[in-house]
Design a protein around this ligand. Structure first.
Ligand code: BG6
Length: 465
C-alpha cells in the first residue's frame, strides 16, 4: 500500500562539522582534536579527525552528490573552534567566516535546506582547560556569544537553527561512562553539566528572540537522542526502574526544552542523592521562558531496562544506573556489527509520546541509521555498495513513522545519519552509515544503492510497502 508523506517533508541526512570537515586551517582544537593529539590509541585504528571526510576541501563536490541523490535538506554544524578567533572575546576567524559562508551558499545554490547546529560534542578544549568547560556558567555565556555571531553572520540565509546535538551524550560520555575525554566519573559534575547545557540552550533561544529572528520567520530547536525505555516486565520493580531511566535519559532534556522546567521527581532524587545542580531563580526563569520551536529526535535503538541488582543507596560513585540495569531481551533483533538492537516500532512510540505528552510540537527524525563495518563486503563489480540491509532498515522505520503521522503526530521530516560516510569519534571509520561511501585513503566518494533508492522515495514523496 502506498504511504504518502506530508507535503514539503524534509528528506535528508545529518552530519557535523567536526566529523566531516577535517582540521584544515582550524585555529583551535576541540575536545576530540585534543584527545586524539594526546591519546591516538583511544581511536579505532588510530584514525583521528584530521581529514575526516575532507568536507573543508571538497564541500562543493560533496554537496553535488547530496543533490544527486535528491536530498532536500541537510543538517551540519558550525565548529566553534573554527569560527571564533579569540574564545574569550568572540572575535571572528576570517577563514572560518569565509568557509561557512561558502558552504551555506553552496547548499542554497543546490536548493538544499541547510539546518545549522551550534554544538556537536565539539567544545573548544581551551575552554575546558581554562574554565572547566560545560561545568562552568562562564562557558555557557561564551557559547551564547558564539551563537550570536552565527546568527549575525548567517541568519540572512539559514532559517533553521539547532542549539545542541545530543547534549546527554556529553553528560554520559565525559562525566559518567568515560567514552569521551576527559573521561571523568563524577555524578555531581554530570548533573551540573546537564543543567548548564539546558541553560545554554535556553539562553541561546533568548538571544535568538532578542535579535528578532522569529520575526524573520526563522526557527530554533534542539536535537535530543530520545531512546524510549521499555521495561523488562510489568513487575512493579521493572516499571520503577524504567521510569527513572526515562527521567534521566530523556526527560532531563526533553521537559525543559518543551515545558520549560525540570521533572520534579528527578530533581527530588538528585537532591536526595546529594548531586543536584546549582541554579538560580533567574536562570530557571530563562529556562521557563525560552523553549524550542521544533524538536529533532535522534533514534537508533531502544533502551530496555530491568530493576537493578544493587540497592539505590549503595556506596560508591553516584551513577544513574544504581536505579536501573540494562536488559538484554532474549530474541531481540540486532545489528551485530554495532551492537545495537533494531526496533523500528520505537519511532511510532516516539511519535505518539510527542503528540500526547509534548504539546504535539513540530518535530523531525534528525538522525536514524545503521552503522555497518567493512561495507566493502557488499561492493559489486561496478564498485557500488549494495546496502539492501540499510534500505530495509530505513523503510521499516519510515513505515512506523508514517503510521505515527497518520495518527496525528506533527512530524515534518526524516534525516538519515549520514549523507557521506564520516568520521565518528572513538569509532573513527569503523561503522559506516552513509548514503554515499567514502574511501578514506583516496577520498573517492561513491553513491551506494541506498542513495539511489532514497532518491526515488524523495521524488515520489511516498513509500510503497
Ligand atoms: C550519533 C551522533 O549518536 O551517533 C553522531 O550524533 C555519531 O555524531 C553517530 O557519529 C554514530 O556513532 P558511531 O559511534 O556508531 O559511529
Amino acid at each position: 500500500m502506498e504511504k504518502v508523506f506530508p507535503k514539503n517533508f524534509w528528506w535528508g541526512a545529518a552530519t557535523s562539522g567536526p566529523q566531516s570537515e577535517g582540521r584544515f586551517n582550524k585555529k583551535h582544537a576541540n575536545m576530540f582534536d585534543y584527545w586524539y593529539d594526546i591519546e591516538p590509541e583511544a581511536f579505532y585504528n588510530q584514525v583521528g579527525p584530521d581529514t575526516a571526510s575532507n568536507f573543508y576541501n571538497s564541500f562543493r563536490e560533496d554537496i553535488k552528490l547530496m543533490k544527486e541523490i535528491g536530498l532536500n535538506s541537510v543538517r551540519t554544524s558550525i565548529q566553534w573552534s573554527r569560527l571564533i578567533e579569540d574564545l574569550d572575546t568572540n572575535t571572528l576567524n576570517e577563514d572560518g567566516v569565509r568557509f561557512y559562508n561558502e558552504v551555506i551558499d553552496e547548499f542554497i545554490k543546490n536548493d538544499i535546506r541547510i539546518v545549522m547546529n551550534l554544538h556537536h560534542f565539539d567544545l573548544p578544549v581551551e575552554l575546558y582547560h581554562k574554565y572547566g568547560g560545560w561545568e562552568s556558567k562562564k562557558v555557557v555565556d561564551l557559547f551564547v556569544g558564539f551563537a550570536e555571531k552565527c546568527f549575525e553572520l548567517f541568519g540572512d540565509r539559514v532559517k533553521e537553527w539547532v542549539t545542541h546535538n545530543e547534549p546527554m551524550v556529553v553528560v554520559d560520555g565525559e562525566y559518567l561512562y568515560q567514552f569521551h575525554y576527559p573521561k571523568l566519573v563524577d555524578g555531581k559534575k554530570a548533573a551540573q553539566v546537564a543543567y548548564n547545557l539546558n541553560l545554554a540552550s535556553a539562553k541561546v533561544i533568548e538571544k535568538f528572540k532578542e535579535m528578532g529572528m522569529h520575526e524573520k520567520g526563522d526557527k530554533i530547536g534542539t536535537v535530543l537522542n530520545l531512546t524510549p525505555t521499555y521495561p523488562a516486565s510489568s513487575s512493579q520493580e521493572d516499571l520503577h526502574a524504567a521510569e527513572i531511566a526515562e527521567l534521566w535519559n530523556n526527560k532531563l532534556f526533553l521537559e525543559p526544552a518543551i515545558h520549560g522546567h525540570f521533572p520534579e521527581k528527578l530533581v527530588a532524587i538528585l537532591t536526595q542523592d546529594g548531586v543536584i545542580w546549582e541554579s538560580t531563580a533567574e536562570e530557571l526563569q530563562i529556562i521557563a521562558e525560552n523553549t524550542i520551536d521544533f524538536l529533532g529526535v535522534n533514534f537508533y535503538h531502544p533502551n530496555r531496562v530491568k530493576a537493578p541488582d544493587i540497592a539505590p543507596n549503595s556506596v560508591g560513585d553516584w551513577m544513574p544506573t544504581r536505579y536501573y540495569d540494562h536488559y538484554e531481551m532474549p530474541g531481540r533483533r540486532m545489528n551485530i556489527d554495532k551492537g545495537w538492537e533494531i526496533y523500528p516500532k520505537a519511532v511510532y512510540d516516539i511519535a505518539l509520546n510527542i503528540k500526547e505528552n509534548y504539546k504535539n510540537i513540530p518535530w523531525f527524525v534528525s538522525e536514524n541509521g545503521m552503522g555497518v563495518s567493512r561495507e566493502e563486503r557488499f561492493m559489486n563489480s561496478d564498485g557500488i555498495i549494495e546496502d539492501d540491509y540499510r534500505i530495509d532498515f530505513i523503510r521499516e522505520h519510515l513505515e512506523w513513522l508514517h503510521r505515527g503521522i497518520e495518527e496525528g503526530s506533527n512530524c515534518f521530516g526524516y534525516h538519515l545519519w549520514t549523507p557521506i560516510d564520516c568520521w565518528s569519534w572513538g569509532n573513527a571509520y569503523r561503522n559506516r552509515y552513509g548514503f554515499i561511501s567514502n574511501n578514506i585513503h583516496t577520498q573517492i566518494k561513491t553513491i551506494k544503492k541506498s542513495g539511489r533508492w532514497i532518491k526515488e522515495v524523495i521524488e515520489k514523496n511516498s513509500l510503497y510497502s
